[in-house]
Write a protein that binds this ligand. Structure first.
Ligand code: ADP
Ligand code: ADP
Ligand code: ZN
Length: 231
């Protein structure tokens, strides 16, 4: 595992191996928020399937149109669609020495497909962020997103200027699936289809669990201490 210092010393070496990580957790756990920070510190690409689907949606691609009907209801987009997306994304050169997956896998069959895609290589770790449902509801209903992928919260993590992204200056918006009906369905879908991955990765001794109820800074400190002691 690359430490920060090594990353700096070896930044010109394309061969340097970084790490292959998965962020697991229910909707609203803080995966995207932490992923941005992890990707920045360890210089690995942040691969968010939700962001990829939303980019397709706003570009009006066939894939985006197909995904929208599922996303608006808080249902999962079919596995074969996601497997194609992730196969293509992970084959890009920036993922060759490491990546951080956020929002994938979400089903056992997506996890199995990932194993096949990785072939001889392996994941280093699955970080599971846990937060109780009542807190998730508050987080998702106050979430505001930017088209650059940054996410904010009206109360818990407000931008410096109301409704304006700190990173890129764009106007923030509320996701269609962050309305109450869709949120409730997403939590049900998570419990049924994604939670089994906790046992799946735990049985493979890959799982590290992080308490997601702490502050954003404290959770990030916990994650970096886990990653920095992993060799
Ligand atoms: P959250 O912030 O709730 O974790 P995401 O941005 O990761 O949500 O995903 C938003 C929606 O995109 C999901 O509710 C689902 O419809 C779709 N989606 C994203 N990733 C996947 C995936 N791996 N499998 C199936 N559907 C997905
Ligand atoms: P996910 O990608 O897991 O769906 P996000 O990173 O988008 O989750 O976070 C969901 C919402 O909760 C956002 O509004 C975000 O600003 C807020 N949030 C993230 N982490 C925390 C935290 N530790 N405490 C309070 N609010 C948080
Ligand atoms: Zn932005």
């Amino acid at each position: 595992m690359a430490k920060e210092l090594k990353t700096m010393e070896l930044s010109n070496s394309e061969e340097m191996y970084k790490m292959r990580l998965v962020l697991l957790g229910p909707p609203g756990a803080g995966k995207g928020t932490q992923a941005k920070r992890i990707a920045g510190k360890y210089q690995i690409p942040h691969v968010s399937t939700g962001d990829i689907l939303r980019e397709n949606l706003s570009a009006g691609t066939g894939l985006g149109l197909k995904a929208k009907t599922y996303m608006d209801k808080g249902e999962l987009v079919p596995d074969n669609v996601l497997i194609d997306i992730i196969k293509e994304r992970l084959s890009k050169p920036d993922c060759s020495s490491g990546f951080l997956l956020d929002g994938y896998p979400r089903t056992i069959s997506q996890a199995e497909a990932l194993n096949q895609i990785l072939a001889d290589t392996q994941l280093d770790m699955v970080l599971n962020i846990t937060v109780p449902d009542e807190e998730l509801l508050k987080r998702l209903s106050g979430r505001r997103m930017c088209k650059c992928g940054a996410s904010y919260h009206t109360e818990f993590n407000p931008p410096k200027i109301m409704n304006v992204c700190d990173v890129c200056g764009s106007t923030l918006y509320q996701r269609d699936d962050d309305k109450e009906e869709a949120i409730k369905n997403r939590l049900k879908v998570y419990a049924k289809q994604t939670q089994p991955l906790i046992d799946y990765y735990s049985n493979l001794s890959m799982l590290k669990t992080v308490d997601g109820t702490e502050s954003i800074d404290k959770i990030f400190a916990e994650i970096t201490s886990i990653l920095d002691t992993y060799e």
